[in-house]
Write a new protein. Sequence first.
Length: 431
Amino acid sequence: MSKVAVIGAGVMGLACAHELLKQGHEVDIYEADDRIGGMAAHFDFAGLNIERYYHFICKPDESLFQLLKELGIDDKLRWTDTRMGYYFEGRMHEWGNPVALLKFPGVGLISKLRYGLHAFISTRINNWQALDEQEASVWIRRWIGRRAYEVFWERLFALKFFEYKDNLSAAWIWSRIKRVGVSRKSLMQEQMGYLEGGSQTLLDEFEKVIKQRGGRFHLKTVVKQVGVKNQAVDVLRTDNDSQHYDAVFSTIPLPFVADMIPDLPDEDKQKYRSIKNMGVVCVIFQMKKPVTDNFWLNISDESIDIPGIIEFSNLRPLGAHVVYVPYYMPQTHAKHEMSNDAFIAEARAYIKKLNPDLADDDFTHAHVSRYGFAQPICPPGFLKNLPPMNSSINGLYIADTSYYYPEDRSISESVRLGREMATMLDGSAAP
Ligand SMILES: Cc1cc2nc3c(=O)[nH]c(=O)nc-3n(C[C@H](O)[C@H](O)[C@H](O)COP(=O)(O)OP(=O)(O)OC[C@H]3O[C@@H](n4cnc5c(N)ncnc54)[C@H](O)[C@@H]3O)c2cc1C
């Protein structure tokens, strides 16, 4: 039995800690925030307990399904027939099925057929390595042509990835297309999942079983440093304490790692520092009326600087209409400095443009959540530039959402990776 510390109580840290406890280790979990959950955490939104950031579940989220079963909460999983829309150049269109594609304006039939074929083929590709070294915009343009790329992808990439938009891994973009593309009941009907009670249902159960097995949570406790002796993990330092551990698992965003563990080799520290992350400023509204009947609305309109909105209450019934308006941007972007009130005002104006029947008093509550590490930016060949999770220091394991590559960030992938990391301690899994 080893004395182990897990840094970060997001889903990855919780999954890792749970697994380590099952193996019989003594586990302390350190979390900087005042609550567990990380990106999946909830907050009190004027009496509504809801995620800071929207979360939907897709059909291929196998690691999550296994965990729900193991925790005995698989009966909380629900599926909804969801709709998608597309606001294109001032008008609302249906989206997300072959008929909607054929009816879409501004793109010729051949381009539409090429777009549809690309989407279909993406759901059939299994070998991501073939796409690993390819650049995403080049790969997509080759399949669908210049015009369809301009209409369907160019603005989306610009508003989601900014200066990184022309240096993204095709494998990484493909995995997103596939995850959503196969989450369907039929060719015509998309289906997305959610947990009754939201991500909090999973977090509550994690907290319960981790405590039952003797795990200890240290909330509002920032890990300042992991000290090393004789090339092995030695001591973990916080503002108020210093404890010896036999092993340490870090699940915090990689850009923090180099400063937290100064004894790592310079080459590895350089690699951690070089990973770019996209931040998010996420406005959320409670409303008296729905904006649309879509769960997901793509937007391509010169006067609206966001790629889409997520009308969450069209996925999960909440007793109120709830809309998330995510602004993805690097933390270095000038707009990042804007106040929360300014973001709320802009997002409200966008929504009123999408649905001109809405008035100011239809927006009953607003809130803004911000996170600097909403997702890593993955250029071609991303994975081979990451140091191994099983670090060169004995007893030190390091990962964050970057290690899902080519998969996009998801709760399910954090579950998979957190568990995989934990099995490295007794050598039962390969790094
Ligand atoms: C806008 C948005 C939308 C999303 N939509 C979906 C979706 O629809 N479906 C889906 O499945 N997933 C979605 N995700 C992704 C999902 O939330 C993440 O993949 C998952 O929650 C990541 O968990 P994690 O534990 O790996 O990382 P994190 O949640 O980032 O956890 C890391 C934790 O480390 C803590 N920490 C940092 N530094 C320190 C320190 N020095 N000491 C102690 N603690 C520290 C942080 O406070 C944080 O709690 C979304 C995420 C965002 C931001």
